[in-house]
Design a protein around this ligand. Structure first.
Ligand code: ADP
Ligand code: MG
Length: 356
């Protein structure tokens, strides 16, 4: 059993940076869990505090029901893979993988055979006598993983494990990592600033901002039901459109459009209430001809994304509905994903229609 529970976990660095701010989080046994957030939000600090490489300023960490808050790294039964892999350049692959076993005083012979077994599982058998400098980035990453696995820890902590690989290798390594984690079933916490990576790999994701957790959920939950505008803006290959709106009976006044109130908002809102309407560019259809009630404006930019284009409309809003206090004297940028062949030209007038 190796669930991880953090309660009011706080880390204040000397100098006063509050990197973790009374953070509560539960990671289930065997889960592949992503910590996602922009640079500087505290992801590495959280990982290092779980590992015991940073001492918490307050709160607690439990691993497998055991309070490890005051324990040194070696007593926590966790293994961490660092962003830059931190391999020993003067040691062979075999010695790198066997290193933690040496620290644990495993005898030389079983060290060698355990290192060879782990290397075998990760497809590194032919490389045991090489040094890190003679390996590709992808191979170095596997050696770092092998070194972490060799001790059979209860918990894997991976800090941006794929960020040093080029785009093609990263996709390969992603698939590899996911398969490996499934096979081993070890509780794994991995840090990334790449929302696509988190969505593709994780069982659940915690979205962090400023040392706090803004939402925890499955990839589908954080993508479809972001809990706040921060998560809405951070998740998705194109940011969600967020437009000031007002409830009018069973309709929403969004800019000058009147859209049906989404089913799950019924009963949750009151007539006249102001709110932010969020819709993903993928869930809007573009029309070059007028559609009654739809969002409309002039096409400003058409960006080619490969098989689709991203069209930005400059949508005028009525000050009354946009909310003057939101700086709403009058315009919103609305983005729509348009499939190949249907792209407008800048200067055209277009309509954006939410998919039913
Ligand atoms: P992330 O991994 O999400 O980019 P970090 O955990 O590295 O974020 O950093 C969180 C905050 O703590 C940042 O403001 C960073 O500058 C600060 N920080 C990180 N490490 C230290 C340190 N050793 N001393 C002082 N401040 C630090
Ligand atoms: Mg970091």
């Amino acid at each position: 059993m190796s669930a991880i529970t953090m309660r009011e976990l706080t880390k204040v660095y000397p100098g006063g940076v509050r990197a973790l701010d009374a953070l509560d989080l539960e990671i289930a046994d065997g889960e592949f869990f992503a910590l996602l957030g922009p640079s500087g939000c505290g992801k590495t600090t959280l990982l290092r505090t779980i590992a015991g490489l940073e001492v918490a300023s307050g709160g607690s960490v439990r691993i497998g029901g055991r309070d490890v808050t005051g324990l040194p790294p070696g007593k926590r039964d966790v293994a961490m893979v660092f962003q830059d892999y931190a391999l020993f350049p003067h040691m062979t692959v075999r010695d790198n993988i066997a290193y933690p076993l040496r620290i644990k005083k495993v005898d030389r012979r079983s060290r060698g055979s355990k290192a060879a077994d782990t290397a075998d599982e990760l497809g590194l058998s032919g490389l045991l006598e090489r040094r890190p400098g003679q390996l590709s980035g992808g191979q170095q990453q596997r050696v770092a993983l092998a070194r972490a696995m060799a001790c059979h820890p209860q918990v894997f902590l991976l800090d941006e494990p794929l960020s040093n690989l080029d785009a093609r290798l990263r996709l390969e390594a992603r698939t590899f990592l996911k398969r490996l984690q499934r096979e081993l079933g070890v509780t794994t916490v991995f840090v990334t600033h790449d929302q696509a990576e988190a969505l593709a790999l994780a069982d659940r994701i915690a979205v962090m901002e400023g040392g706090r957790i803004r939402q925890v959920g499955t990839p589908t939950e954080v993508f479809r039901r972001p809990a706040n505008t921060f998560v809405a803006g951070f998740i998705g290959s194109t940011p969600m459109n967020l437009i000031d709106a007002r409830v009018h009976g069973d309709e929403l006044a969004v800019a000058r459009a009147r859209l049906p109130l989404p089913d799950d908002a019924r009963g949750q809102v009151t007539d006249g209430e102001r709110l932010v309407y969020g819709i993903r560019p993928e869930y809007l259809d573009y029309s070059p001809t007028a559609v009654p009630g739809a969002l409309t404006g002039d096409v400003v930019v058409v960006e080619n994304l490969g098989s689709v284009s991203l069209v930005s409309l400059d949508v005028p809003t009525d000050a009354a509905d946009a909310g003057e206090e939101a700086g709403g004297a009058g315009r919103s940028s609305v983005q729509v994903v348009v499939s190949e062949g249907g792209e407008p030209e800048p200067g055209d007038t277009g309509w954006a229609v939410p998919r039913p």
